[in-house]
Design a protein around this ligand. Structure first.
Ligand code: 5GP
Length: 189
């Protein structure tokens, strides 16, 4: 997606040759126009998948997922990383190891929000080792629902996440695929 590559080129910061910081448009400040273009692109790619719900994980997937849900006219659910005081115990849960924070999170979705037989599209901002996306597929499967695919804004193709997901039989759609970082530059596949 060229508009996303242009934005990364203009505003992305490569950290320690392994992380891409995109706090100015995706992870801290959010560019709503870009989010909408991203939502439209994902909606186009999944238009024949009969998506009934979008599932993401808090917090950085939410902005993207809302736009996808808006275009597809389906609800958006985000998995919570901390237990909510008003949440009852009827949850699907899994543990996700965070690549950036180097910690494990107990992740939950209320059982009321996912129904057996639904067609769920999973969305996340980055794909690195695949932990977050695999955790979400696990939750969808606990509910007896179907994963129609996984939409990723920025895939780091030098890490094994995409391969793991594809080997597990999931469709992965990444808007940009990074091959490597070198001297602060981003090289695409
Ligand atoms: P994974 O679970 O695939 O190992 O890592 C994906 C998660 O880690 C994403 O939800 C994202 O929050 C975070 N992440 C992984 N790599 C990067 C990166 O290069 N930059 C940023 N900003 N987040 C990342």
């Amino acid at each position: 997606m060229q508009v996303l590559k242009d934005k990364i080129q203009a505003e992305g910061v490569v950290v320690q040759n392994s992380l891409l910081k995109v706090d100015s448009f995706l992870n801290h400040q959010i560019d709503p126009n870009l989010m909408m273009q991203i939502g439209e692109e994902f909606a186009l790619r999944f238009k024949n998948s009969n998506v009934t719900k979008v599932l993401t994980i808090e917090s950085s997937g939410i902005a993207v997922a809302i736009m996808v849900g808006l275009v597809l006219q389906v609800p958006v659910v985000f998995a919570r990383k901390k237990k909510s005081a008003v949440c009852n115990d009827d949850v699907y849960s899994t543990t996700v190891y965070s690549f950036t924070k180097k910690e494990s999170n107990y992740v939950t979705v209320s059982t009321e929000l996912l129904t057996a037989g639904e067609n769920i599209m999973i969305i996340d901002d980055f794909l690195a080792n695949g932990e977050a996306a695999l955790g979400l597929t696990n939750i969808v499967e606990q509910a007896g629902a179907n994963v129609v695919g996984i939409g990723i804004v920025i895939e780091k193709a030098f890490q094994p996440g995409a391969e793991k997901l594809k080997n597990a039989g999931y469709r992965v759609e990444s808007l940009v695929r990074i091959q490597s970082f070198s001297n602060g530059q981003v090289n695409y596949v």
